[in-house]
Design a protein around this ligand. Structure first.
Ligand code: AMP
Ligand code: MG
Length: 487
């Protein structure tokens, strides 16, 4: 069970030593064998000794665990110091492809950044993040991963006492936009440069131009636009896109009050703390742009010594964001309706489907999946789709337009359906399903729903008739209207 730690080559101000605090009686809730094998992690991590280290009973002699420092803009407001208050990094593992993975314990006790927090986590958010990050990974969306969920045998005080948990999270990086803000806003230009150099070298980023800072900025913009388009193509709302929750590599990170859309409602918000709807579904591209502008402010002195010139260059780079986002999003949508992203009329038709869904409260996941069943030549199977729309005639009109586009392709229905099924999940982590898993875990330390959902979502594109009850939206009594932060 050997780990490395390269982050400690960075200047001291990026991290602080932090030691996990032992818990009463740790036990495995879940261990992600498939991912551990794919990364070729030592099998010993699954043993009792592995459990002792991942729950904080024992600490590896080397490398010493650390907590990372970062700042952030939370809901638009500057917060000079945040940092890993309920998480610490054990070390890093290199997988067979040469990719580095941080191993982080979330909820392993206080760190120098905990302020008044307990550094602990309830089992509820552990279950939610485990399920969500693995569900995103199987959908092919860049994300942090869950290696394990652990029950601590202790309780944590939230609104009431809840069982405690630890999430063992693996991420290519835990560097956030907020990490750049932490050094740059204190005027530490050398440390900002060191962080940039570290990222380029450690992750082999494809940056070889003279102006590395500007090339890096372009790269982050590109990756982020792509990520947000992928989120939105499956109805994902991150919920708390503060700059400290935006990974610099554009992996989805920090699953707190996230949610997946049932009905396609563009201004949907689930987070209980997002009163103004700042982080609503359709705000996400604009918010990503706002966050990337904060990153630019950090990089300006590295882009050009004349700050006015640097600002112009960064603004030009950021001006690409809408185009990058739109092209990925439109391509995804066009693929999802089985049309050709290279034909403008097809793209227009795909985007119009979203408007019909929005106007008719149609379930997003089912509206795409069932469209695969509809026949190109005749109105066979239309009914299964029509029932999803408040006004079924609205979708009839759209289907007529869609069929005209299909005519230009001359593709067999079965072939198109297979193509569509490979991009339209049959199952997503609907909020009421996540809630059921969380409630069972908190109420009775019963992880059976979590296990079942994790199995189901490991094959989201496969029909699984035995789990049909989990394919659709909630009954009114199951509806989850708000979700809470991940403490
Ligand atoms: P997040 O909700 O993950 O965006 O966290 C925002 C900030 O609050 C981060 O600096 C966290 O480390 C910190 N934080 C959240 N929960 C706790 C906790 N239970 N104990 C200590 N710090 C916490
Ligand atoms: Mg966070």
């Amino acid at each position: 069970m050997k780990l490395d730690q390269t982050l400690t080559t960075l200047p001291d101000l990026f991290y602080a030593p932090a030691t996990p605090t032992a818990v009463a009686s740790p036990s495995w809730v879940m261990f992600n064998k498939d991912f551990a094998e794919a990364c070729q992690l030592d099998k010993a991590w699954q043993s009792p000794e592995g459990l002792a280290i991942l729950s904080g009973q024992r600490t590896l002699a080397s490398p010493p665990p650390i907590a990372l420092a970062y700042s952030g803009h939370q809901f638009g407001h500057w917060v000079p110091l945040l940092g890993d208050g309920r998480a610490l990094l054990l070390g890093q593992h290199k997988d067979p492809q040469g990719e580095w993975w941080d191993i982080q314990l979330k909820g392993a006790g206080p760190t120098p950044f905990s302020r008044n927090g307990d550094g602990r986590s309830s089992i509820g958010p552990v279950v939610r993040e485990y399920l969500a990050s693995e569900a995103m990974a199987t959908l092919g969306i860049p994300t942090t991963r869950a290696l394990a969920a652990i029950s601590t045998g202790e309780s944590v005080q939230r609104t009431t006492a809840e069982p405690g948990g630890i999430l063992v999270r693996m991420a290519r990086s835990h560097i956030r936009i907020g990490t750049f803000e932490w050094v740059a806003r204190q005027g530490h230009t050398e440390a900002t440069q060191a962080l940039l150099d570290y990222l380029i070298a450690h992750h082999h980023l494809p940056i070889d131009e003279d102006n590395q800072a500007l090339a890096f900025y372009h790269w982050v913009i590109h990756q982020t636009a792509h990520l947000i388009a992928q989120w939105m193509s499956v109805g994902f709302i991150h919920g708390v896109m503060n700059t400290d929750n935006c990974s610099i590599l554009a992996d989805t990170i920090d699953y707190g009050p996230f949610g997946f859309l049932d009905a396609f409602i563009p201004d949907q918000v689930y987070s209980s703390i997002d009163q103004g709807g700042r982080y609503a579904y359709q705000q996400q591209p604009a918010i990503a742009t706002w966050n990337l502008a904060r990153l630019a402010e950090c990089l300006l002195p590295l882009i050009h010594e004349d700050l006015d010139q640097a600002r112009t260059q960064a603004q030009d780079a950021l001006a690409d964001f809408p185009k990058l986002f739109q092209s990925t999003f439109q391509k995804r949508m066009t693929d999802k309706v089985g049309l050709d992203p290279n034909q403008p009329r097809h793209v227009e038709t795909a985007m119009a489907y979203l408007d019909v869904m929005a106007a008719n409260d149609a379930d997003m996941t089912l509206a795409f999946r069932r469209l695969g069943l509809v026949q190109g030549a005749r109105d066979l199977n239309d009914e299964q789709l029509r029932v999803l729309f408040d006004d079924p005639q609205a979708v009839d009109q759209w289907l007529a337009q869609w069929r005209q586009c299909l005519d230009t392709l001359g593709e067999e229905d079965a072939h198109r359906k297979a193509r569509m099924d490979s991009v339209n999940p049959a199952f997503i982590l609907r909020n009421h399903l996540a809630q059921e898993a969380v409630d069972r875990a908190i109420d009775a330390l019963d992880f059976s729903v979590m296990h079942k959902l994790n199995g189901l979502l490991s094959r989201p594109f496969d029909e699984q008739p035995e789990h049909q009850q989990w394919a659709g939206p909630p009954h009114p009594s199951q509806r989850v209207l708000t979700t809470f932060c991940g403490t």
